[in-house]
Ligand binder design. Sequence first.
Ligand code: ADP
Length: 158
Amino acid sequence: MLKAAFPGSFDPPTLGHINIIQRAAAIFDELLVVVAENRRKKYLFSAEERVSIMQKLTVDRDNVTVALCDSLIVDFLQKREIGILLRGVRGLDDFSYEFELSMMNRALDSRIETLFMTTDPKYIVLRSSAIKELASFHGNISNMVPPLVAEALEAKYR
Ligand code: ADP
């Protein structure tokens, strides 16, 4: 049984995240999407909202589940006996950040393997922070996020 976890803020989920989830769900037997809650970070959507949105977006995928994590990701993965931590990369900037993060996690628990999945070029510019900014100015985000997320963003900035 090959299990992997895909952690992120998902504030909010974009088509780039969904693409990674779909491709990973085709590789792994089970994929756990982990919504990270870091008390020092400011989010637009609460942890509960992000979990609920992600659950709705993945409801048709039998091998994908969603969980909330407010502790160290390696501790969380150890407890659930998940040995693969999956992260998405859009380019070199992402990679250098993700590489450092993976080294830190490796120092904490060398049994957890970080794997990187490259973005689909269609989604290379999609970034939750930029999409939030665009939505705050009522820009058109319909081809960047699922309709459910576009509606949720619209409601936040109404
Ligand atoms: P975090 O705050 O943990 O970086 P994000 O929600 O921004 O969380 O991203 C979660 C993961 O998805 C990260 O590994 C990030 O690099 C990846 N990711 C974000 N946007 C895209 C995209 N458009 N294509 C592929 N991967 C992406």
